[in-house]
Write a protein that binds this ligand. Structure first.
Ligand SMILES: NC(=O)C1=CN([C@@H]2O[C@H](COP(=O)(O)OP(=O)(O)OC[C@H]3O[C@@H](n4cnc5c(N)ncnc54)[C@H](OP(=O)(O)O)[C@@H]3O)[C@@H](O)[C@H]2O)C=CC1
Ligand SMILES: Nc1nc(=O)c2c([nH]1)NC[C@@H]1CN(c3ccc(C(=O)N[C@@H](CCC(=O)O)C(=O)O)cc3)C=[N+]21
Length: 281
């Protein structure tokens, strides 16, 4: 079997071309104004700084603007909340990204939830999650929504399929599971206390790896013909799933890199454009 490559990098590029035209059209209508994404980075973790820079760069490639806010490692919850409040009230800002993780002294959940629903283009608020889970309109959480857009483009059907999501974090596993449930998959969510992980994964038509441990999910746990989505990303340029032995016996897979990561960024900027269109269009 030749597996289909779910090429997130190519799809993100194609979407960027389409977005560039939409940004131009919006600018023409809005007297030269463009959608603006505000990114907030707290502390100086080099990997986080790189991701935030990539997000700003993606905005610029499609003709949108970004403002990068950098706060010191010692920032308090109150200081971060004040900054978010300021951005919520700034009519020039259409989307707010608070890069995860923030330093331990900060109440990250309180700060995510302070982002107003209209500007939550990264889909991190409880309100947005709840609305999405109930099938109401809300921006999706960027990584799982990016995965859904990738699966949709490649016409991977979810209805009636058994999806096994390994991981239940607030910005990846949990919203992923709810999105797949909304798409009428039968969803199993696994986590660190799950007892029979290999047997559960064996039953999966679609496996999503969101564990945060390099090649933790073994190839031999995955059934022939499954669709493999690897959200993990590690410095050694591998994901959470042992991919190499699977290439000739699964039906489709996301490469690492070039799969989920580019779709995360594309979804963030796409939702920023949508927010900008609502405000300016
Ligand atoms: N490409 C992209 O755009 C993005 C990639 N990532 C990558 O995705 C991966 C996951 O990220 P994230 O969700 O933020 O990570 P977290 O560390 O927040 O969550 C990891 C999840 O995996 C579960 N887990 C840990 N160990 C095991 C185990 N032995 N068996 C089963 N489940 C386990 C945890 O369970 P429990 O809840 O019980 O602790 C937890 O729910 C990372 O590699 C990260 O780099 C993340 C975000 C975006
Ligand atoms: N509030 C918040 N929202 C996020 O969406 C968020 C976050 N915090 N914190 C960290 C994670 C991580 N993340 C990635 C985005 C893109 C790539 C990406 O594009 N990766 C490239 C490779 C990049 C490289 O070469 O290093 C790829 O997979 O092809 C990876 C990881 C978003 N995250």
């Amino acid at each position: 079997m030749t597996a289909q490559i779910l090429d997130g990098k190519a799809l993100a590029q194609q979407f960027e071309e389409e977005m560039r035209e939409r940004v131009e059209a919006l600018k023409a209508k809005a007297g030269g104004r463009t959608p603006i994404l505000a990114t907030i980075l707290v502390g100086a973790d080099p990997a986080s700084a790189t991701y935030v820079k990539m997000k700003g760069n993606a905005c610029h490639r499609v003709g949108m603007e970004s403002v990068a806010i950098e706060l010191p490692e010692t920032t308090t919850t109150e200081q971060l909340l004040a900054k978010i409040d300021e951005l919520n009230n700034n009519p020039d800002v259409h989307g707010i990204l608070l890069q995860h993780p923030v330093p331990a002294q900060i109440d990250e959940r309180a700060c995510f939830d302070a982002i107003s629903l209209e500007k939550d283009v990264d889909g991190v608020t409880c309100l947005g999650f709840g609305r999405m889970s109930m099938g109401e309109a809300a921006y999706g959480c960027a990584t799982p929504k990016g995965i859904m857009r990738l699966l949709e483009h490649y016409q991977v059907k979810l209805e009636g399929k058994h999806a096994v999501v390994v991981g239940r974090s607030a910005i990846l596993g949990k919203p992923m599971a709810m999105m797949m449930l909304e798409a009428n998959a039968t969803v199993t969510i696994c986590h660190s206390r799950t007892q029979n992980l290999p047997e559960l994964i064996k039953q999966a038509d679609i496996v999503v790896g969101a564990v945060g441990k390099p090649e933790f999910i073994k190839a031999e746990w995955i059934k022939d013909g499954a669709v493999v989505v690897d959200a993990g990303y590690h410095p050694q340029k591998c994901g959470d799933i042992e991919l190499a032995p699977l290439l000739d016996r699964v039906s489709a897979y996301t490469p690492v890199p070039g799969g989920v990561g580019p779709m995360t960024i594309n979804t963030l900027i796409f939702q920023t454009l949508q927010s900008g269109e609502k405000a300016l269009g």
